[in-house]
Design a protein around this ligand. Structure first.
Ligand code: PHE
Length: 348
C-alpha cells in the first residue's frame, strides 16, 4: 500500500503521478534523491496488477538508482519512471503517449533525466527527445546518442561475475565456469556472448519460445526449463529479467555458488533474503552494484563526453573494485553482502 508510512520508508523526495486518459495509462515519475545531483533512471513500461503495484515499483527502482550512482560516487541521484499500461497500445498511440510523457519530463525542468529500461528502447528515447531535450539519455547513435544501455549494463554484469568468481574460486577467470542466465533479453543475450567468448558454459532460461528455439539452434547454450530455474546446479546464477525472484522459497532450492545479474531488486525481502543467502553460503553480488553499468556508462558518455571504450573499461573497473571492497568488508565484519554494500556506499 502506498500509505504515509511506505512513502516515509522509501525516503524519496517526490512522487509525481499522472493519469493519462487518452491511453488509459498511469505515469509515475519517482524522484528518490537529488542530493548528489539531478536524478536519473530508466523508463519502465509494462502492465501491472494495479496502481499500487506500479507506484511501489517506481519507488523501489528509483531508490536502487540512488544506490547505483552513490556506489561509484557519481554526481547523480536516483529517479525512475513507470508507465503502467492497462491495455495494449498500437504503435501510433504508444508514440503519442511517449510524447505526453516527454512533456512531463520537460516540465520537471532537470529534476529528472530519463533513459530506457524494460519495455522501452533507444528508439523511444529518440521520440522523447523531440519534446524533452536535454533530459533524455541513451538515444540511438543515428540521432547523436550513445545507443542502448544494455551494452554497458552487460559489460558491468560481466565484471561482477568475474569479481564474484575471484572471491569464490580465487581467480576472476570465467573459463570452464557454468553460468545460468535468467532472461535472454537485451542484456542477457549480450552477457551470454561475452561469457561464452571468455570460455564459460552458458545455461539459460527464457519465457519466449521463439527465442528459446532460436538460441537452441544457433548456439551451444543449454536451455533450462522454468521449473528448474532455481534448482539447476551451476557456478553462478545471473538473474537478468524481472525483480523480486529471490526469497525464502527459491533461495532454499538454489544450487549455485554465487549470484550476479542485471535484474533490479532481485531480493523480495532484501534484508532477510541477503542474510539467508549468506547462511546458505551463496555469495550475492548486490544487484545495484552488479547492474550499475548501464546508468554509469551512459552518463559517462553522454554527460561527461567519455569515449565508448574508455567508458566500458571504467564501468568494469568500477564494479570490480566496488565488489572486491564489499566482499572484503562482508568477510571482515561477518555480515551479509547487502549490508556490506550499504556500509560501503556510506548509507549506514
Ligand atoms: N535501465 C537503467 C538501470 O536500471 C537506467 C538507465 C539507463 C539510466 C540509461 C540512465 C541511462 O540502471
Amino acid at each position: 500500500m502506498t500509505d504515509e508510512q511506505s512513502i516515509l520508508d522509501w525516503g524519496g523526495e517526490a512522487l509525481h503521478i499522472y493519469r493519462d486518459e487518452i491511453a488509459d495509462a498511469w505515469i509515475i515519475i519517482a524522484v528518490h534523491s537529488t542530493r548528489r545531483g539531478p536524478s536519473a533512471g530508466g523508463i519502465r513500461m509494462k502492465h501491472y496488477l494495479g496502481l499500487q503495484e506500479a507506484i511501489q515499483d517506481a519507488m523501489k527502482l528509483s531508490a536502487a538508482m540512488t544506490m547505483k550512482f552513490a556506489t561509484v560516487r557519481m554526481s547523480w541521484g536516483g529517479g525512475k519512471t513507470v508507465v503502467y499500461l492497462t491495455r495494449p497500445l498500437d504503435v501510433a498511440s504508444r508514440e503519442a503517449l511517449l510524447l505526453r510523457l516527454g512533456l512531463h519530463i520537460k516540465n520537471l525542468g532537470g529534476q529528472y533525466y530519463a533513459g530506457p529500461d524494460i519495455g522501452t528502447s533507444s528508439e523511444d528515447m529518440d521520440v522523447l527527445h523531440e519534446v524533452a531535450a536535454p533530459y533524455i539519455f541513451s538515444r540511438t547513435p543515428a540521432t547523436g546518442g550513445s545507443g542502448s544501455s544494455s551494452i554497458p549494463t552487460a559489460y558491468g554484469v560481466f565484471a561482477a561475475i568475474q569479481a564474484t568468481c575471484r572471491q569464490i574460486f580465487g581467480e576472476a577467470d570465467v573459463s570452464g565456469k557454468s553460468i545460468l542466465i535468467q532472461g535472454m533479453g537485451n542484456v542477457g543475450r549480450f552477457l551470454a556472448q561475452l561469457l561464452h567468448e571468455a570460455g564459460a558454459s552458458i545455461l539459460f532460461s527464457e519465457t519466449n519460445p521463439a527465442l528459446v528455439a532460436e538460441l537452441s539452434e544457433t548456439t551451444d547454450y543449454r536451455w533450462v526449463a522454468p521449473e528448474h530455474l532455481f534448482d539447476t546446479p551451476c557456478d553462478i546464477f545471473s538473474p537478468c529479467a524481472q525483480g523480486g525472484i529471490l526469497d525464502h522459497s527459491t533461495i532454499s532450492g538454489l544450487r549455485c555458488k554465487g549470484i550476479a545479474g542485471a535484474a533490479n531488486n532481485q531480493l523480495l525481502h532484501p534484508e532477510r533474503d541477503a542474510d539467508l543467502l549468506r547462511e546458505c553460503n551463496i555469495l550475492y553480488a548486490p544487484d545495484f552494484v552488479a547492474n550499475l553499468g548501464g546508468a554509469m556508462g551512459i552518463t559517462l558518455m553522454e554527460a561527461e563526453g567519455m569515449e565508448y571504450e574508455a567508458a566500458m573499461l571504467r564501468v568494469q573497473t568500477a564494479i570490480g573494485t566496488a565488489l572486491d571492497g564489499i566482499f572484503r568488508l562482508a568477510g571482515e565484519l561477518e555480515i551479509d553482502t547487502l549490508d556490506a554494500a550499504e556500509r560501503w556506499v556510506g548509507k549506514s
